[in-house]
Design a protein around this ligand. Structure first.
Ligand code: ACO
Length: 404
C-alpha cells in the first residue's frame, strides 16, 4: 500500500498499480465532450451551454440534438430531426401482446426494463453498433418510442386501451395525449402544462457519469446493442438513491403530512442511528444548489398557478428546504435540494401517478444515455472492466464434508 487509495498490486499480480476508489468518488472512467458540471459552484453545461439558458430558451428535442450531435441545430436541422423522431413514434403491434405478460400491478419501471430491452428483438436491421448509420437510427427509434412505451405502460397498469401516438403534436404534447387521452372523448393538451413537461424532460436530459449513464456505458463497452444498454440504464435509474428519489420525495412529503412535523423530520435525518434520509437532498457531485432544482421550483410555481392548485405538499417542501438550508448539519455536509426535490410536486399536479415518476426521469435521460453510448463507440473505447481489492481468505486447502 502506498497511500489510503493507491494500492500496489505488483507483488500479487505483477500488474503495477491500481486505485481503490469505492463508489468511483474521484475516478474518471472516460473522457467526454458532452456535459460539464462544477459541483462546488452549482454549474451544469451541456456542450458548453448553461442548463438555465437551455431550459428558458430551448426545448427538449433541440437539447437532444445538441447532446447527440454536439451543436445546436439550424432551423432545417431541427425540422428534419423533429420529423424523424415523429415518424418513429409507433411501436410494433406485437408489443401489445408482450405487455399482456405483465401483472397489471407491476411497477412501471419493471415493465419499462422489459419492453425497452425487447426492442432489440424487433430491430435486427440496426444492431451493428460499428455502423454509424445503425447507431443513428437506433438513437432516433429510442427517442421516439420511449414515450409511446411509457404511456402504454401506464395505460396497461390502469386497464385502459393503448393510445396511438399523434404526429401533429409536439414531443411532450404527444406524451401527455397518450397518457391521458382516451378513445371516447377529445383530449385537449394544455400548452402551459406541455411546456412544463418538456422542461422536466430537458432538465433530466444528461448529467455526465451518473450511475445509470455509467451503466449504459459499461454495458455498451461490451458491444451490447443500444436497446439492451438503455434497458440496463433504466434498471440502474430505478434505485431510490438515483432516479427513484423523485418517487421517494413525494412519499416522504406525504408521510410528513403537515408543516408542523418538518422539524421532527429534519432531526431524524441528522440522527446517525436513524437510517432516514431527506429524500431530494444531497448529491454526489453538487456541493451547492443543483441548478436544475432552481428551475424546477420556478416550473412548480407556474404549474400550480396555472392549475389553481394550493398543494400543501409544496408548503411542506418549501419549509423543509428553508429549515434544512439553515441547519448546521446540512450546511456542514453541503446538502442542498437536488433535481428530484420539486419535480414530484409538478408531476403530481400534471396528474402523473407517483409510480410513473421514475419513468418520466428515464424518458428525459434517454438522449444523455444515447449520447454517451455513441460517444463511447466513436472513441473506440475498451471494454469497461473495473478491478477489485480482494479482502477474502488467502489460499487454503479444501476440507472434506465429514471434517468440517
Ligand atoms: N439526508 C441526510 N443526510 C444525508 C443525506 C440526506 N439526504 N445525503 C447525504 N447525507 C449525509 C450522509 O449521511 C453522510 O454523512 P456522514 O459523512 O456523517 O457519513 C454525508 O451526508 C455524505 O453522504 P454520502 O451518502 O456519503 O454521499 P454520497 O455522495 O455517497 O451520496 C446521495 C449522494 C446518494 C445522493 C445522498 O445524498 C442521498 O442518499 N440523498 C437522498 C436521495 C436522493 O435525493 N437521491 C437523488 C440524487 S440526484 C439524482 O439521482 C438525480
Amino acid at each position: 500500500t502506498i497511500g489510503p487509495d493507491v494500492i500496489e498490486v505488483s507483488a500479487l499480480t505483477g500488474e503495477g498499480y491500481f486505485t481503490y476508489d469505492p463508489g468511483f468518488v474521484s475516478t474518471a472512467s472516460c473522457e467526454s465532450k458532452i456535459t460539464y458540471i462544477d459541483g462546488g459552484k452549482g454549474v451544469l453545461l451541456h456542450r458548453g451551454y448553461p442548463i438555465e439558458q437551455l431550459a428558458e430558451e430551448s426545448d427538449f428535442l433541440e437539447a437532444c440534438f445538441l447532446l447527440l450531435y454536439g451543436e445546436l441545430p439550424t432551423k432545417e436541422e431541427k425540422e428534419k430531426f423533429t420529423t424523424n423522431v415523429r415518424r418513429h413514434t409507433m411501436v410494433n403491434d406485437q408489443m401489445s401482446t408482450f405487455f399482456k405478460g405483465f401483472r397489471r400491478d407491476a411497477h412501471p419501471m419493471a415493465i419499462m426494463c422489459g419492453v425497452v430491452g425487447a426492442l432489440s428483438a424487433f430491430y435486427h436491421d440496426s444492431l451493428d453498433i460499428s455502423d454509424e448509420n445503425h447507431r443513428e437510427i437506433s438513437a432516433i427509434r429510442l427517442m421516439a418510442k420511449m414515450p409511446t412505451l411509457a404511456a402504454m405502460t401506464y395505460k396497461y397498469t390502469i386497464g385502459q386501451p393503448f393510445m396511438y401516438p399523434r404526429n401533429d403534436l409536439t414531443y411532450s404534447e404527444n406524451f401527455l395525449y397518450m397518457m391521458f387521452g382516451n378513445p371516447c372523448e377529445e383530449y385537449k393538451v394544455n400548452p402551459i402544462l406541455a411546456k412544463a413537461m418538456d422542461t422536466i424532460f430537458l432538465l433530466h436530459a444528461d448529467h455526465e457519469q451518473n450511475a445509470s449513464t455509467s451503466t449504459v456505458r459499461l454495458a455498451g463497452s461490451t458491444g451490447a446493442n443500444p436497446f439492451a444498454c438503455i434497458s440496463a440504464g433504466i434498471a440502474a435509474l430505478w434505485g431510490p438513491s438515483h432516479g427513484g428519489a423523485n418517487e421517494a420525495v413525494l412519499e416522504m412529503l406525504n408521510e410528513i403530512g403537515d408543516e408542523s412535523r418538518v422539524d421532527e423530520c429534519v432531526a431524524r435525518a441528522k440522527d446517525k442511528n436513524d437510517p432516514f434520509r431527506l429524500m431530494g437532498f444531497g448529491h454526489r457531485v453538487y456541493k451547492n444548489f443543483d441548478p436544475r432544482a432552481r428551475v424546477m421550483k420556478k416550473v412548480a410555481d407556474e404549474v400550480l398557478g396555472e392549475l389553481g392548485i394550493d398543494d400543501p405538499l409544496l408548503k411542506i417542501a418549501t419549509r423543509l428546504e428553508k429549515i434544512a438550508l439553515e441547519d448546521d448539519y446540512f450546511i456542514e455536509k453541503k446538502l442542498y435540494p437536488n433535481v428530484d426535490f420539486y419535480s414530484g410536486i409538478i408531476l403530481k399536479a400534471l396528474g402523473i401517478p407517483t409510480s410513473m415518476f421514475t419513468v418520466i426521469f428515464a424518458l428525459g435521460r434517454t438522449p444523455g444515455w444515447i449520447a454517451h453510448w455513441n460517444e463511447m463507440h466513436k472513441d473506440n473505447s475498451r471494454i469497461g472492466r473495473p478491478r477489485q481489492l480482494y479482502t477474502g481468505p488467502a489460499q487454503r486447502d479444501f476440507v472434506p464434508l465429514d471434517k468440517r
